[in-house]
Write a protein that binds this ligand. Sequence first.
Ligand SMILES: [Ca+2]
Ligand SMILES: [Ca+2]
Ligand SMILES: [Ca+2]
Length: 322
Amino acid sequence: MNKAYQLLVFLFFAVLVAQAQPVPGADENIPNLVTFGGDSETYWGDDNFCQIIFFSVPETHSAPIYIRVYDPDIGGGNDEQQGEWDTRMRFGIYGGKGSCSNQDARDGNLDGEYDSGSLLDSKSFDDDPEYDLKWYTFGPFNPTEGEYLPEDGGYIFKIVVEGLSGGDGNLYRLFLSSQENANHEVEGAFAYYFKYKFRLHDDVNQISHIYPYINDSSTVYIKQSNFDWDNDGVIMVRSIDRKGSLMKTSGDDHWSHSNFKIREREYYSSLDIRMVKNKSARIKNNNVVIRLENQDGEGLKLYSVPIGGIPKYIPKATHVKD
Ligand SMILES: [Ca+2]
Ligand SMILES: [Ca+2]
Ligand SMILES: [Ca+2]
């Protein structure tokens, strides 16, 4: 499949699937993103107190866009208190050349040139009832203020969430909107991320998902890494060609890694990484981190919508004797 065709497939499905713009995405079934203050303990579930998310806006969209954050404050409802509320956190929106193509930004750490490109807008939040359980809106932005990366779907914006100080956990959600005061989809837009930090459900019957897409037929294997999973159940890979392969999950305050081989039928399809909680342990407030890389250490994009839809396992036809 050539690049242009891949992109077509890509955009086609992105346009078709509704609810492409909330992060966490609707099909991910993840309640909230999490970032901790810069003085936090890593055993609360954030390895380095930042989160980097990318939003892709198609070239065909020329009207202004807005990036909205639900519960950006660190206090009141929705958040994780450790001692007194004392956390400051900065949300920065970046665009322009190098903002989203920069490898440091894609690695999802506060190292090197993670803040590359032009800073379009930023705001720091702390314990502030004005923003508690409410939406804050960044923008308007002209779509062309993003970095033009046609292979990533059009104009790309980078959101860097940085835990400046303090020890509490900020739980929040994002939405790319065509309106300032409401969540309205930008047709054909979607989000992706290379390192993802979030809160699992407390309800042990809820299954959360992430959806990488295998866009390269030279992919040999995927290395998955997860942090501070607290042995909360299992993480498994499901795809068009596999019913479920188990990955290694981490315990408290450390990374665990495991590899799985990519099969031929999985090229140009999404994988469904399923996170099934431990039914008896009933672990609450479980914050976790996950990242996927190929055999060359390149991070895989995790998409807010599964490209091509949620993959359904189709058993191979077996030969039946006459
Ligand atoms: Ca709050
Ligand atoms: Ca919050
Ligand atoms: Ca945890």
